[in-house]
Design a protein around this ligand. Structure first.
Ligand code: BGC
Length: 489
């Protein structure tokens, strides 16, 4: 009997030791996994680093590419497109004008009543989302859809407001993709960006395409100006502040435009404009340089995109891609370090499921238990029961991705200021205002703060005090209407 008891005790003891060993092994394993996850974070952070010296190299490379793009067509990855905008709004614009703002998943139609020095007297707009299928369909399908919405809007608005008799309705068309302009109101699409892929539109004059669609709908409207959103933002900004020299978009995509001396554009063979100036649409989203901190995640994102090898700067800095970069890092951590448990959460495998607004909400979660991070992980990625420690790491990753993007955008702006000779204090306390628009800038506060602070650091206090950021909300549509006014028949 005693023997049996002893035997049982031995067996029991062995079981306890066995269980303890399993627990220890599991702990070690999970410590190992956690260590692996942290190593991936560290490696990512190091590869995304943007110390000041690197940012200055990026800025210098931007300036060099600007010169090259202005020197000859195709001379640089930066297209440096001539816009035929040689004078910006003065504030004297008068009359009723329309604008159509197409550049992302939504488009806006506006009607503006300009009252000369009285400014914008009246403004109406509507916003319509573009069905995803139309972003990859045919040119006629897209433009017919737009023409239909524009026709409905114009019909409604004109019950309230009539054009003077004999006056044709005129429209400023903000088309936020790279276009080779042939005049202020014509230009051919070079390529699509931001997920659009309507192949038969490439190489076509987008104003002619819109005009044909308007005719098919029986809408009488003349496109008086074709502008990029950066040009609209610049024009809208200048309307209210004469110190505005740059327009920057930080939204789904990114780009910048600025006022150049016409004589500094060797590839321009036309007559010199009276103003001596020409606005340039840089298409900086396509900038690339060996100084850019590109990781394997960015590389994989690019390879899998609809435009591989293109828009590299945009893929590092803009709203369409930040959330996707984050998703890719999390996916690797889940697969290689069981970051969210043994199984890789299936939702995490879906490209673009994690949007930048979701990332921004997690990044800016100030609750002590990171409730919003928990909520986004649950609702967007279907990942529940995460520890606070895990959620903190998610926030850290958001910070790495956003900081890199914002600092690179600041370096890009520094490059333009250098090209314009505005990176040093100006005579007589002159200011340089930068009109900025786009959802990323507007809603992602951490990103915006980082961008503005970084530019300040790069410029130094004295120059920084002469630089003003202006959020030009919806400036691109308003600017297009203003440019339609100054190019009206
Ligand atoms: C386009 C630009 C546009 C920018 C911001 C980029 O993808 O190429 O033309 O200005 O997005 O909308």
């Amino acid at each position: 009997m005693r023997k049996v008891v002893v035997g049982a005790a031995v067996v029991g003891g062995a079981a306890v030791v066995g269980v303890a060993a399993v627990v220890v092994r599991q702990r070690m394993k999970s410590c190992g996994k956690w260590a692996r996850a942290m190593a991936l974070v560290k490696e990512f952070e190091e590869k995304c680093a943007t110390p000041e010296a690197k940012l200055k190299q990026v800025a210098d490379a931007m300036t060099v590419e600007m010169h090259a793009g202005l020197a000859s067509e195709g001379g640089s990855k930066l297209k440096m497109l001539i816009t035929f905008v040689d004078h910006l709004p003065t504030g004297d614009e008068d009359g009723v004008f329309y604008a159509l703002d197409l550049g992302g998943t939504n488009f806006r139609v506006l009607q503006l009543q300009l009252g000369g020095r009285g400014g914008v007297v009246n403004q109406k707009f509507t916003e319509v989302s573009i069905p995803p299928a139309l972003m990859r369909g045919t040119s006629d399908e897209l433009f017919d859809y737009i023409a239909e919405k524009l026709a409905n809007f114009a019909a409604e608005e004109e019950q309230m407001f009539h054009q003077p008799p004999g006056k044709q309705r005129e429209l400023g068309f903000t088309f936020s993709f790279p276009v080779m302009q042939t005049s202020i109101n014509s230009g051919t699409l070079i390529r699509w960006t931001k997920g659009f892929a309507i192949h038969d539109a490439v190489g076509q004059d987008v104003v002619a395409e819109l005009t044909k669609a308007l005719k098919r709908r029986g809408v009488e409207m003349r496109v008086a100006a074709l502008v990029n959103d950066t040009i609209g933002t610049l024009a809208g900004g200048r309307y209210t502040n004469k110190d505005v020299y740059l327009g920057v978009i930080l939204g789904t995509g990114t780009n910048a435009a600025y006022v150049e001396r016409a004589q500094a554009i060797p590839k321009w063979h036309g007559s010199l404009p009276k103003s001596g100036e020409m606005v340039i649409n840089m298409e900086w989203g396509n900038f690339r340089s060996s100084h850019l901190p590109i990781t394997e995640y960015d590389h994989a994102l690019d390879v899998g995109s609809v435009n591989p090898g293109e828009q590299i700067f945009e893929k590092l800095t803009s709203g369409m891609y930040l959330g996707e970069v984050l998703r890719r890092v999390l996916l690797r951590m889940a697969a290689e370090a069981s970051f969210f448990g043994v199984e890789v959460p299936p939702k995490l495998k879906v490209p673009f499921v994690l949007s930048t607004p979701d990332m921004s909400a997690m990044h800016q979660d100030t609750s002590s238990d990171l409730r919003e991070v928990d909520n986004k992980l649950k609702t967007v990625l279907e990942i529940s029961n995460t520890s606070l420690k895990t959620r903190r790491v998610v926030v850290e990753l958001c910070n790495i991705v956003a900081t890199r993007g914002a600092r690179l955008a600041a370096a890009g702006i520094l490059g333009i200021l250098k090209k314009m000779g505005r990176d040093t204090p100006q005579e007589g306390d002159g200011k340089t205002a930068i009109a900025v628009d786009g959802g990323l800038y507007e809603h992602y506060t951490e990103y915006r703060k980082c961008l503005e602070n970084t530019l300040g650091q790069l410029l130094g206090d004295k120059t920084a005090s002469s630089i003003v950021f202006e959020h030009s909300r919806d400036g691109s549509g308003i600017g297009a209407a203003l440019l339609a006014a100054s190019n009206s028949l």
